[in-house]
Design a protein around this ligand. Structure first.
Ligand SMILES: *Cc1c(COP(=O)(O)O)cnc(C)c1O
Length: 409
């Protein structure tokens, strides 16, 4: 839902654009902070979900750490004021250049994804006469019950080190004098809403830390990664992710020993609900079998539906009060006499549209068969819950210009 003032403001902004509701972001961050600090847990924000400068600024102000998956993200985290002692760096393919850059700024921890990578980090640290903190990213073979495109913790995934390779890891660690073993790391997937999955993860983490301690390694850091899901179907009534329930699972089932730290890496749950992609209807194509709304935004602005069949609420915010009530109170439409395309009376009719973008790809479709009030050229369409993995995946395909960001305050 957008209030009338906000919609009036939208009328004067060139579409498409990302609209950031900073109040929603602040409330989400506060909720996460409260729920995690209750147990003394450390939260790192997964930068890849959204690295919009204003968003980063606000996240940093809550004193979260940063979880990075590239050298560029490590640099951006430092530039935006995240403490280097709170920066962790994961990624299955860290280049030498990226490792060196992270060594130069003395990050807290490399989350290492192969035995070979351990050796390389050790060599590069040695050349700089430094010691690199490392955690072993273990593939726990836990099924995240999420979409198979975004599950990462199964044996068949490219991420992490499988348990049968841990003997090799232990031996390598003993020989690497420029590495400091900090602990173990896990990340099993994204958009996980079934908290049972995290209970299974806790059990695996307990087993794995015992494995290392039995072999004489002190496990200081237990890093459970991220993946907590949000409600893409109810952005207005269920805005804040279930941080309370999430952290409580770890409090209840993780075997935390004295001196140990528990770390998390949340991305989506912190930023997904704070943004919407706002676009305009360019054309309405009525076919015999299908009606299309052709928007001025497409996969170049928000790729999730096309990349992994993701669901987003799609709303015609120019007519959001028209359905059901038969009353038209939307500011954009009330003053629309000048446009011959728009009726001066509301249409309470619900029509089903395939909501598509302008890009020259058949997959450039946000959603099929969306029930919407009868819609017209110039109507504003909001694609909700677009704050995570939205703007960051924008591309210049078709030589499109980058959509602007607009903030609520
Ligand atoms: C992407 C990623 C995260 C964050 O995942 P979300 O689903 O956005 O919470 C955390 N850790 C690692 C290693 C990641 O790659």
């Amino acid at each position: 839902m957008f209030n009338q003032d906000t919609i009036s403001r939208f009328q004067n902004i060139e579409t498409p654009f990302y609209y950031y509701n900073m109040e929603v972001l602040g409330q989400t961050l506060a909720a996460c902070h409260a729920a995690s600090s209750k147990y003394g847990f450390h939260v790192h924000y997964a930068m890849k979900a959204n690295f919009n400068p204003k968003v980063l600024e606000m996240i940093q102000s809550f004193d979260f750490g940063a979880d990075c998956v590239s050298g560029g993200e490590v640099m951006a985290a430092i530039e935006h004021g995240f403490g280097k002692e709170k920066v962790v760096f994961a990624g299955v393919g860290k280049s030498d250049k990226e490792i060196n850059a992270a060594l130069d700024v003395d990050i807290f921890c490399f989350n290492v994804e192969s035995v070979q990578e351990l050796v390389i980090i050790n060599d590069l640290a040695k050349a700089k006469n430094k010691t690199a903190g490392v955690a072993i990213r273990i593939n726990p073979n836990v099924d995240a019950h999420t979409h198979h495109y975004i599950t990462t913790g199964l044996d068949e995934n490219k991420f992490g080190i499988n348990t049968w390779q841990l003997g090799d890891v232990a031996e390598t660690l003993r020989g690497c004098k420029n590495l400091q073993f900090l602990g173990i790391h896990f990340h099993i997937g994204s958009q996980i809403t079934d908290l049972e999955v995290y209970r299974s993860l806790c059990i695996r983490i307990n087993e794995m830390q015992d494995w290392f301690e039995d072999r004489g390694f002190k496990v200081k850091v237990l890093n459970a990664g991220g993946g907590l899901g949000v409600d893409y179907y109810n952005p207005d009534t269920n805005t804040i992710a279930n941080f309370e329930g999430y952290f409580k699972v770890f409090k209840d089932f993780l075997n935390v020993k004295p001196g140990q730290e528990v770390h998390f890496e949340l991305g989506r749950a912190l930023v997904a609900q704070c943004a919407s992609l706002i676009s305009r209807v360019l054309y309405v194509k009525n076919g015999q079998k299908k009606n299309f709304l052709v928007l001025d935004a497409g996969m170049t602005e928000l790729m999730r539906p096309m990349l992994y069949q993701a669901y987003h609420e799609v709303e015609n915010i120019s007519r959001q009060w028209a359905v059901g009530s038969g009353q038209l109170s939307s500011p954009g439409v009330g003053r629309s006499e000048s446009s011959e395309d728009k009726p001066t009376h509301p249409s309470p009719l619900t029509t089903h549209y395939d909501v598509v973008g302008p890009i020259c790809e058949s997959t450039d479709c946000f959603r099929k068969d969306v029930p919407l009030p009868e819609s017209f050229r110039g109507d504003l369409i909001a694609v909700r819950t677009a704050g995570a993995y939205g703007e960051v995946m924008a591309s210049g395909y078709n030589l499109r210009t980058k959509a602007e960001s607009v903030y609520s305050e």
